[in-house]
Design a protein around this ligand. Structure first.
Ligand SMILES: Nc1ncnc2c1ncn2[C@@H]1O[C@H](COP(=O)(O)OP(=O)(O)OP(=O)(O)O)[C@@H](O)[C@H]1O
Ligand SMILES: [Mg+2]
Length: 360
């Protein structure tokens, strides 16, 4: 385990007596070389957690361990951590070269070493010819890359990035995500980045830590979190969920009318026409539905369906036969997640157990 947080709590000194702690008993471990996303809604405590790992803030309770050693009392520079801030915070009056060289200058490395290292990093971020530019002569994406190079200059063993893409528009942001992910894996540095964008976390991270109201909601790889959300919050935060208070009249499922919350994701729902030969043996397990709306999403369609009075959503490939509002379709629900008062469970469609469903 490279980094461990053990029962970390944080209470800012100006907190009122009846205010809960900002961070509440968070424990987690991160392996060497992992790229971890801290994901959660605004105000949840992501930056606070990152700042405590960096040593810019202290926990009120709990221990921070790096390679098994307690680092609570070490200064940021003693922790060998690189930090990329939310707004990149490049030094405006310094050239790209001097920005990247900053940490090495502080360490009083000799000139030749610094020059070498900065050019190595410029080449890594594919900005060899930009060394004499100033930050205001760069695009947002380029500034971001310089911030990344600056954070890596002193060869930290842990890289922390607080919403590294926040100020960048969506197309460049997607390219940068990929770039950063590859770069981090290439350098092999253990990294934690903060985001409140689910897709960004899923696209980039080896593991995701979901933080809400200062508490760890769930930690796991993106697939696990997507497939088995442990809390109601996680299941609605990740993915495009429909939430219902009741669910009845569906073959393969018990009626649920006790006020539990029922989460149904688009990928749990299949809609097909009753003359589709591929689904012929599925008809006995399907419900009758009506298309209430068709929304074009660029790479697919969203179908909104009315099934037994329940509104369900599913995605439909543009390659399949077109459907329009008012069409009737057969609808199968594979699974639902039920968040009850006492327990949460994933219910699978009972009827599908014995069916050869190779299309799932
Ligand atoms: N120095 C501080 N003193 C007092 N309260 C603080 C301080 N810094 C943060 N907080 C409070 O702690 C809570 C968590 O803030 P934090 O910045 O960690 O959230 P976040 O998850 O990073 O949010 P965002 O996504 O908006 O950046 C907030 O309620 C915030 O007001
Ligand atoms: Mg923040």
């Amino acid at each position: 385990m490279y980094l461990e947080l053990k029962n970390i709590s944080k209470r800012f000194s100006d907190a009122k007596a009846d205010e809960p702690d900002t961070i509440k008993d968070v424990s987690l471990g991160i392996e060497k070389g992992e790229l971890v996303a801290l994901l959660g809604p605004s105000g949840g405590g992501k930056t606070t957690l990152l700042r405590m790992i960096a040593g810019l803030d202290n926990p009120t309770d709990g221990d921070i361990l790096i390679e098994g050693n307690r680092v609570n009392d070490l200064s940021p520079s003693e922790r060998h951590i690189g930090f990329v801030f939310q707004n990149y915070a490049l030094f405006r009056y310094m050239t790209v070269f001097d920005n990247i060289a900053f940490g090495l200058e502080v360490q009083k490395k000799d000139k030749a070493f610094i020059k070498n290292r900065v050019h190595e990093l410029l080449s890594l971020i594919e900005m060899d010819d930009f060394d004499q530019r100033f930050p205001n002569q760069l695009s947002g994406g380029q500034r971001q890359r310089v911030a990344f190079a600056r954070a890596l200059a002193t060869e930290p063993s842990l890289l922390l990035l607080d919403e590294p893409f926040a100020a960048i528009d969506s197309k460049v942001r997607k390219e940068l995500r990929e770039w950063l992910r590859n770069m981090i894996h290439e350098v092999g540095i253990t990294s934690i980045f903060v985001t409140h964008d689910q897709q960004e976390a899923v696209d980039m991270a080896d593991r995701i830590v979901i933080i809400k109201d200062g508490k760890l909601e769930q930690m796991g790889n993106p697939y696990e979190i997507y497939k088995n959300p442990r809390t109601f919050f996680t299941s609605t935060f990740m993915g495009d969920s429909t939430v219902k208070e009741s669910f009845s009249g569906f073959t393969g499922f018990p009626d649920i009318e006790d006020g539990s919350k029922i989460v149904i994701r688009p990928e749990y729902v299949e809609a097909f026409r009753d003359d589709n030969p591929k689904f012929k043996n599925m008809i006995p397990f399907s419900e009758n539905g009506t298309v209430k709306d068709v929304i074009f999403r660029g790479d697919s369609l969203d179908l909104i369906l009315d099934v037994n009075g329940v509104e369900l959503k599913t995605k439909r490939s543009l390659e399949r036969r077109p459907v329009k509002k008012g069409d009737s379709m057969r609808v199968i629900v594979y699974r639902i997640i039920v968040y009850g008062n006492h327990k949460n469970e994933v219910l699978k469609n009972e009827k599908l157990k014995n069916v050869d469903i190779e299309f799932i």
